[in-house]
Design a protein. Structure first.
Ligand code: ATP
Length: 407
């Protein structure tokens, strides 16, 4: 994000006079494409082909390939500094790749031979801090991306989209009078009004408080769907990515390490790093003997891990089902059909109230260390209570010590 903010600040200092509009102002937050509404009547595909970005000795992107289908919403998820913003900047044209290519609708927009400037790419940009122009009215902010239309038409278009986001009545006011959520909507309207074929959003909800975030995510998604804009959304938050993305692309250290639907990534994370992102897990190491690990929940395969090496059994905190000591069947969630679940004896060692759920530390028969479990708070769990513990082995994951999934 830092780089993007810097680019914005450089290009759009908040000065008293409205910025002039030379072609290089493409990096503007409003700078979606300075075209009229017909500009992006069709959704476009967006493709990264082995994209690299080097800063001196450092590789921010180490060969990223990703194909996004027309109208698809993909969330780019990963820890700070992994290269998310850099990839977004390269898609927009603010930045050039050191190697590799970017294609929009199969047309190369960045590559060894070709570089299409941002204003000719039909991309819309939206940033974390919204970057509204304080000296322009809200209507003028929105109409900023329609500069090539006759004034009346631009005004009409801007009012229509302002009405769509429920802010028509603020048209003649200034951004300072708006709440964070309202500013987010204006920024969204401004980026969407030229109907860009591709929307690029860098942590668009991180400036909002939690309650507002939920509703803004829904509103934003419905607007993206209506316009069929192909969208790439950068986020730090797995839950946000799961809510918004048709697919999620997980990055680490300049590489794309996993791409899939939320369900794919949750059920088949492929790497411990990805599993940790999508749920709170217990990690229990075991030595591998004859290709399996022997655990209290059963014998589980650990293919690819050498004899005597360590494999890590991962049990989701929400995958541990607690019941009364004499219960042999789990409450609540059903174990998978072909599972070999059996109840184990356990004792509650600690309970933390987390609202709807309780976070429990439970000593479980056969495990050397206590396991953390998340259970419905309504059950009234008490420290010291005897419980039955059911863990479905079919829902457990096994990783090699280097973090790759073994089955
Ligand atoms: P965050 O989530 O914190 O915004 P990010 O995943 O978006 O992080 P990037 O901003 O893309 O990460 O940065 C990736 C790497 O490239 C970082 O190590 C960053 O310091 C480096 N980097 C980014 N822009 C530049 C630049 N202009 N010059 C030098 N290094 C840069």
């Amino acid at each position: 994000m830092k780089g993007l903010r810097a680019a914005l600040t450089f290009r759009f200092p908040f000065r008293a006079k409205p910025p002039r509009l030379p072609s290089e102002t493409h990096a503007s937050p409003a700078a979606s494409v300075p075209r009229g509404r017909a500009a992006a009547a069709f959704a476009a595909s967006l493709t990264f082909d082995a994209v690299e970005r080097r800063y001196g000795q450092d590789m921010a992107l180490k060969g990223v390939s990703l194909a996004i289908a027309p109208g698809e919403v993909v969330c780019l998820l990963g820890p700070s500094g992994c290269g998310k913003t850099t990839l977004l900047r390269i898609a927009s044209g603010i930045e050039k790749p050191s190697r590799g290519r970017v294609l929009i609708n199969d047309r190369e927009v960045a590559g060894p031979e070709r570089f299409v400037p941002p204003e000719e790419r039909s991309v819309g940009l939206m940033f974390q801090d919204f970057a509204l122009f304080p000296h322009l009215t809200i209507l003028e902010n929105v109409a900023f991306g329609l500069r090539q239309l006759p004034k009346d038409e631009a005004r009409r278009e801007a009012l229509t989209i302002l009405a769509r986001v429920g802010l028509e009545r603020y048209a003649d006011g200034y951004p300072q009078v708006l709440s964070g959520g309202q500013q987010q909507r204006v920024a969204l309207a401004r980026a969407m009004v030229p109907r860009p074929a591709v929307m690029l959003m860098d942590e668009p909800f991180s400036g909002l408080d939690v309650q507002l975030r939920d509703s803004m995510q829904e509103e934003t998604l419905s607007l993206l769907r209506e316009t069929r804009a192909t969208s790439l959304i950068v986020t730090h938050h797995p839950e946000e990515a799961m809510r918004l993305g048709d697919r999620i692309a997980v990055m680490r250290d300049g590489l794309l390490i996993k791409v899939g639907t939320a369900e794919d990534l949750y059920r088949h994370p492929g790497e411990l790093f990805v599993a940790r992102m999508f749920s709170e897990i217990n990690e229990v190491p075991y030595k591998v003997a004859k290709g399996v690990i022997s655990t209290p929940i059963g014998t589980l395969p650990a293919p690819g891990v050498a004899q005597g090496e360590t494999a890590v059994l991962c049990i989701r905190e929400r995958g541990i089902v607690l019941g009364m000591p004499d219960e042999t069947k789990p409450r609540g969630s059903k174990p998978s059909d072909n599972s070999q679940t059996r109840a184990m004896a356990g004792r509650v060692l600690d309970v933390k109230f987390l609202g709807d759920v309780a976070l429990l530390e439970v000593g479980v028969q056969g495990f050397d260390r206590p396991l953390r479990a998340r259970a419905r708070e309504l059950e009234g769990w008490r420290r010291g209570a005897e419980v039955s513990v059911v863990i479905d082995p079919a829902r457990a994951l096994v990783f090699s010590a280097n973090g790759s999934e073994t089955r």
